[in-house]
Design a binder for this molecule. Structure first.
Ligand SMILES: [Zn+2]
Length: 580
């Protein structure tokens, strides 16, 4: 067995030594038939056009794709040549081998072009994404919301009852680790990409918006039919996850430009935070660097506008078919602050809708289209509260997210032609290890951590039956810890005075434990295990659990890459029926 392995290793290293060029889409790309994408070959040195040949299954690429090749002798800031074929597409499903040569440089990659069912299997798709949703988040939300007796859960989360399941790999093209841009982009385009990239392969040139593009699900829906599109998030609407539905940029930080990309695709429903990037720079609170008033542009495009819960309800009654709801200049407040503690920025934005209300309005509007719809709903702050290890806030966000899942499931009862997908985009290294019991003796909070039999059960209550624990600050609560962290003070307690800020920057720009929590009784200093440039916990590389139901959902099973998820969505929606 050893011999063939060695032979294979030698072949691989020889091949990569000879072929220094890079071809986008990358090797093993899966491409929706008929969908436009940019083909780019980056050569390793300056070459002349007559030295270059690019073939697809042995025929000139120009001929196969029916598009002109752009030759770039010297790429911007790079001492090497490249060729580009913009907005190419391949009609017939199959395996395609692409070979690029320039002098002694050669490179070949294989693509799989896939078709879909001739007739769509689902009329509607509701894709619910809990950002950073990990297994411990689900367990914690279930225990806090439903309770547990003698080891059995007293109730189930809505997502617990979705009948199909898969494990999803979330790694990016340039690292095993990942962020919300490349992960959601893979779900929404079928192509994996690099950290921070949306709807493009990350090329070597500096500009963020010239990289080879791939089609987003929103563009595919616009190209192939008349379905409505909805994007709902508790984050800034230009944040990575919602942006991935419509955007093309190497840099998720291009938020001002991403607003323009939303206007280009015009999803019928856009609900979330992030109004700062819609306002011209002259307006107080604007984060734009130009005078473009995107609020006015969206109004001109026929959108009803809403800036709080009351206006959202009113906008839903105007029947314009298009709603732009921007309820915060930045990220919206989390449920624990919005509905219970009134901390965070709730004083400034007192009337924000929650994810449940936004999902309800979105479904009410989108379902008016007889052609059906695609709706993306993001529970963004599961992640945003897991970074600072504010576990109570993140768990309550999961409960809210699950209630939005419930809204979708209720809708599907009367609209059985609806596929529901519930997943995360990456995980956090969060784990529940037992309980923290204040009644245990001694001043040391560590001694109050109960593990194994000593953990017993937490004593959260939900007397008013709203699905949320009446208080997260109970005397025997979940012991939730993270495995990646900067220096910080572990207080073993919920953060009742507002979201946790574990670390702050010192004069040498390193993150050190936030002294604000030093004197919390029993707090212990945990020396970080991350570089001192890290201000919070980081994403984990662990698989994500995806669950789904409805027509086409049986396509989700076993282990899948995020890019494979798009194949199931495309198939359910019939985005590439066979052509003859
Ligand atoms: Zn994150």
């Amino acid at each position: 067995m050893l011999r063939p392995l060695i032979a294979l290793a030698v072949t691989t290293s020889l091949a990569s030594a000879a072929g220094a060029a890079t071809i986008y889409p990358l090797d093993r790309a899966t491409i929706l038939a008929q969908s436009p994408f940019d083909l780019k070959v980056e050569f390793d040195k300056v070459v002349t056009p007559d030295q270059v040949t690019v073939t697809i299954n042995g025929k000139p690429a120009e001929e196969v794709l029916g598009k002109k090749v752009e030759f770039v002798e010297k790429e911007d800031g790079v001492d090497a040549s490249a060729i580009l074929i913009r907005a190419a597409s391949i009609a017939q499903p199959g395996t395609y081998e692409i070979e690029a040569k320039a002098g002694d440089e050669t490179k070949s990659v294989k693509w799989e072009v896939f078709g879909t069912s001739a007739t769509p299997r689902a009329k509607n798709v509701i894709f619910l994404l809990g950002d950073g949703l990990s297994v411990a988040h689900r367990t914690g939300a279930r225990i806090m919301s439903k309770g547990m007796t003698e080891g059995k859960a007293n109730g189930r989360l809505n997502m617990d009852d979705l009948d199909h399941m898969a494990f999803i790999g979330t790694s990016s093209t340039n690292a095993i680790a990942t962020d919300s841009a490349n992960t959601m982009s893979a779900y929404m385009t079928g192509h994996k990409t690099a950290v921070n990239a949306l709807g493009v392969y990350a090329d070597r040139t500096k500009p963020s918006q010239d990289d080879p593009k791939v089609e987003t699900i929103a563009e595919a829906l616009r190209r192939t039919g008349k379905k409505s599109i909805g994007v709902v998030s508790t984050a800034e609407i230009e944040d990575a996850t919602p942006a991935a539905v419509v955007s093309h940029t190497r840099s998720r930080g291009d938020k001002a430009d991403i607003v323009g990309m939303f206007l280009q695709t015009q999803p019928e429903i856009i609900l979330g935070g992030g109004s700062a990037y819609f306002l011209p720079q002259s307006t107080a609170g604007s984060k734009r660097k130009d005078d473009t008033d995107y609020i006015a542009k969206f109004r001109d495009a026929g959108y009803a506008l809403a800036i709080d819960k009351t206006e959202l309800e009113a906008a839903a009654k105007t029947n314009t078919g298009k709603i732009l709801g921007l309820f915060h200049t930045g990220n919206m407040d989390v449920t624990l602050d919005r509905d219970f503690l009134k901390k965070g920025t709730v004083e400034t934005f007192p009337n924000q809708p929650g994810l449940v209300e936004m999902t309800n309005v979105a479904l009410g509007e989108l379902s008016k289209n007889p052609e059906g719809f695609f709706l993306m709903v993001e529970g963004a702050s599961v992640d945003k509260m897991s970074h600072p290890m504010d576990w109570e806030r993140s768990m309550v966000e999961v409960i809210e997210f699950d209630k939005a899942v419930g809204v979708a499931m209720e809708f599907a009862k009367t609209h059985p032609d609806t596929m529901i997908v519930v997943t995360g985009d990456h995980t956090h290294s969060v784990s529940i290890v037992g309980t923290i019991d204040d009644s245990k003796p001694g001043p040391d909070m560590r001694d109050k951590v109960g593990v194994y039999a000593d953990a017993g059960f937490p004593n959260y209550e939900d007397k008013n039956n709203d699905g949320y624990p009446d208080s997260v600050d109970v005397s025997r609560r979940l012991a939730i810890f993270g495995a990646s962290f900067p220096d910080y003070y572990e207080t073993f307690r919920p953060k009742l005075d507002g979201p946790f800020v574990p670390a702050v920057q010192n004069e040498s720009k390193q993150y050190v434990a936030n002294e604000k929590y030093k004197d919390v009784p029993g707090a212990v200093l945990r020396i970080g295990n991350l570089p001192k440039s890290a201000d919070t916990a980081v994403h984990a590389v662990d698989d994500v659990v995806l669950q789904a139901t409805g027509p086409g959902a049986e396509g989700f099973k076993g282990y899948m890459e995020e890019s494979d998820v798009y194949k199931v969505l495309a198939d359910a929606l019939g985005l590439a029926p066979a052509t003859n």
